[in-house]
Design a protein around this ligand. Structure first.
Ligand code: HEM
Ligand SMILES: Nc1nc2c(c(=O)[nH]1)N[C@H]1C(S)=C(S)[C@@H](COP(=O)(O)O)O[C@H]1N2
Ligand SMILES: [Mo]
Length: 356
């Protein structure tokens, strides 16, 4: 393949891997598996392309007298690609790692960002346009197609290999997440998007406000919530790489909304944490979600969002708002909620300081 075709293919593979990686963060419904498959294929295709490129440049790398600054940059780039791809494959096979407070999946995502930034900068500085002759040669294009097909074929082959060898990674969910502490009460890990750490809320002092596009705003106490004993089984699947399936107990959000009387123009429902962290669901989905007070037979522990947290089946863990204090019916989507999950840990309430 011509160097330019290889380079543009590398950039395309990185672009697809990055875009599908970002999309995968919000994918949790079973049909979203395709995003994860696309991500794997793009990553494995990238590995094949890198291999091809290395075979071309290795002879030069072996001769120090021919090194220049570009050689160094190129070797560095190859290393980042190898680390990004390698960390992904290692995760899929079940590898573990915990360095500087980050696990292997955290590092993989970080490397994905670094790689994408590096490739973008590199292209701005040095990309040469693809010429007709780079894509006209039949033999070249056959080779290009073979490599792309190789990426597509490697993905299922690798899944099958993991299963055949019964590698630990074979038991992961389609999101890549690994099971921890299902049906064992509060014992599964607790985590934050950033670092929310509000002061504990005593159930007796807790109030749930329901407002927004409703007929009558109201406030409920903990005991009123306990009166409902709705249970649902649902899987909390954190983008940090673990999942846990529990039988959650509490009140279906639909019941709470009915008490307040949702206005006909309401379309979304927002769940607001005491830290300011908030997320919303479409009305129908929100009705079927649970405001949980219990995991199995145990009351929610502080870390898991006591007194009450959102349980949103088929949604990723970051959407399961903890320490919920307000539910709000919305007539327009809340586009600023994305910022709330980055900001909450830096507010006084999110840092656990006493209210001013
Ligand atoms: C452009 C940079 C990236 C590259 C080259 C890359 C590459 C890879 C590769 C090769 C795999 C293993 C796939 C397999 O063997 O089946 C993988 C897995 C994974 N990557 Fe990435 N990745 C990148 C960025 C990201 C980003 C930005 C995210 C999330 C924000 C992400 C999330 C994941 C997840 C969740 C898995 C596990 C999927 C599974 O278990 O099937 N990646 N990645
Ligand atoms: N208020 C608030 N809710 C939150 C978070 C947070 O940082 N603040 N983190 C979310 C993330 S990223 C996940 S994966 C789950 C983790 O729930 P757990 O701590 O019970 O495992 O809570 C979600 N709810
Ligand atoms: Mo998470």
């Amino acid at each position: 393949m011509s160097p330019r075709l290889t380079d543009w293919s590398l950039a395309l593979a990185v672009g697809i891997a990055f875009a599908s990686g970002i999309l995968s963060l919000i994918g949790g419904r079973p049909e979203d598996w395709l995003i994860f498959a696309l991500h794997g294929v793009a990553g494995l295709w990238l590995a094949l392309l890198l291999w091809g490129k290395l075979r071309r440049v290795l002879p030069r790398l072996a001769q120090p007298q021919r090194w220049d600054r570009a050689t160094l940059a190129g070797a560095g780039a190859a290393l980042i690609v190898a680390l990004a791809v390698g960390s992904g494959i290692w995760w899929v096979f079940g590898g573990g790692l915990f360095v500087l407070g980050f696990n292997l999946m955290n590092w993989h995502i970080l490397l994905g960002f670094v790689l994408t930034a590096a490739v973008s900068l590199h292209m701005v500085a040095r990309a040469k346009p693809l010429r007709a002759r780079d894509v006209r040669d039949r033999r070249q294009m056959l080779r290009w197609g073979a490599l792309a097909l190789g990426g597509v074929a490697l993905w299922p082959a690798q899944q099958a290999l993991g299963e055949k060898l019964q590698l630990p990674g074979a038991r992961r969910r389609f999101t890549g997440a690994r099971e921890v502490g299902s049906y064992a009460g509060n014992t599964f890990p607790s985590t934050s998007w950033i670092a929310d750490q509000p002061q504990p809320i005593a159930p007796a002092a807790w109030q749930l406000k329901i407002g927004g596009a409703v007929a009558r705003s109201l406030a409920l106490g903990y005991a009123e919530l306990l009166a409902w004993q709705d249970t649902i089984e649902a899987t909390l699947d954190c983008t940090g790489g673990f999942y846990s399936t529990q039988r959650w107990r509490g009140a279906l959000v639909g019941r709470l909304l009915d008490q307040a009387g949702v206005l006909p123009n309401a379309r979304w429902v927002s769940f607001v944490s005491v830290t300011g962290y908030r997320w919303s669901l479409p009305l129908g989905e929100a009705r079927a979600a649970l405001l949980a007070t219990h995991i199995g037979v145990e009351p929610l522990a502080y870390d898991h969002g006591a007194p009450a947290r959102l349980v949103a089946p088929d949604r990723r863990g970051f959407e399961w708002v903890k320490w919920v204090v307000r539910i709000e019916a919305l007539t327009v989507p809340d586009s600023a909620q994305v910022f709330s999950i980055y900001r909450s840990s830096f507010t006084p309430a999110g840092r656990g300081l006493a209210p001013e």
